[in-house]
Design a protein around this ligand. Structure first.
Ligand code: GTP
Ligand code: MG
Length: 203
């Protein structure tokens, strides 16, 4: 799929104020600083579309971007950012929880994980919760330019083994580098295949 058009539509703190036109929606979630906003910019080819920062905690709202007039990419706030303080973390968690609970247009949630790190409890707990809530999701390993291929393979194997302890079947896995524009075609093709299956089901 080629992205011909990508436009910012609206930022919200609550799902009730999100677009109500029923278009399929693909959201990016993960810990602060994992690279959610950078990935949206890389996929759309628009550098300043989603706001990025080297300081964690940049995205604090639910941000909708309309793609090719047909579907949405959604940039969500990062979870678990310690320096936000207890109250700040609670507020962000509430935005995320209500969005996941109530957003019927959410077609697939992409959980971003930094490929450099060992499996972290906060991410594993979040993934378990998605299973319990039956939210369709896929995993994206980000920042692959930051480590060697052999290290990447080791880390991915470790992650797969950890996931296999709780999951019979692994979710789709993607590998990206926003810096080196890697993983773009794979992700966009995956989204396109889901969009197509939705159209077939609607007909
Ligand atoms: P929050 O909005 O705070 O939750 O963060 P985020 O997940 O949206 O992360 P963001 O895209 O703002 O990126 C955080 C930092 O990581 C920035 O300094 C980016 O330049 C850097 N970064 C993101 N993706 C990559 C990547 O693929 N490779 C490298 N080397 N750096 C990256
Ligand atoms: Mg962000």
């Amino acid at each position: 799929m080629i992205i011909k058009k990508a436009e910012f539509i609206i930022s919200n703190t609550h799902v009730a104020k999100c677009p109500q036109d029923g278009k399929p929606e693909y959201a990016f979630i993960g810990r602060s600083n994992v690279g959610k906003s950078s990935l949206i910019n890389m996929l759309t080819g628009k550098k300043g579309l989603a706001l990025t920062s080297s300081t964690p905690g940049k995205t604090q709202l639910i941000n909708h971007f309309l793609i090719n007039d047909e579907w949405y990419l959604v940039d969500l706030p990062g979870y678990g950012y310690a320096q936000r303080g207890k109250e700040g973390r609670r507020k962000i968690q509430e935005i995320i929880d209500i969005y996941l609970d109530e957003r019927e247009d959410l077609t697939c949630l992409f959980v971003l994980l930094d490929c450099r790190h060992e499996p972290q409890e906060i991410d594993l707990d979040f993934i378990t919760l998605l299973g319990e809530s039956e939210i369709p999701f896929a995993i994206i390993f980000t920042k692959t330019d930051k480590i060697s291929t052999s290290r990447l393979n080791e880390n991915i194997t470790h992650y797969k083994n950890t996931l296999a302890e709780t999951w019979e079947e692994l979710p789709p896995l993607f590998f990206t580098s926003s810096e080196q524009h890697k993983g773009k075609d794979e992700l966009l093709n995956y989204i396109e295949s889901i969009n197509k299956s939705l159209k077939i089901n609607l007909n």
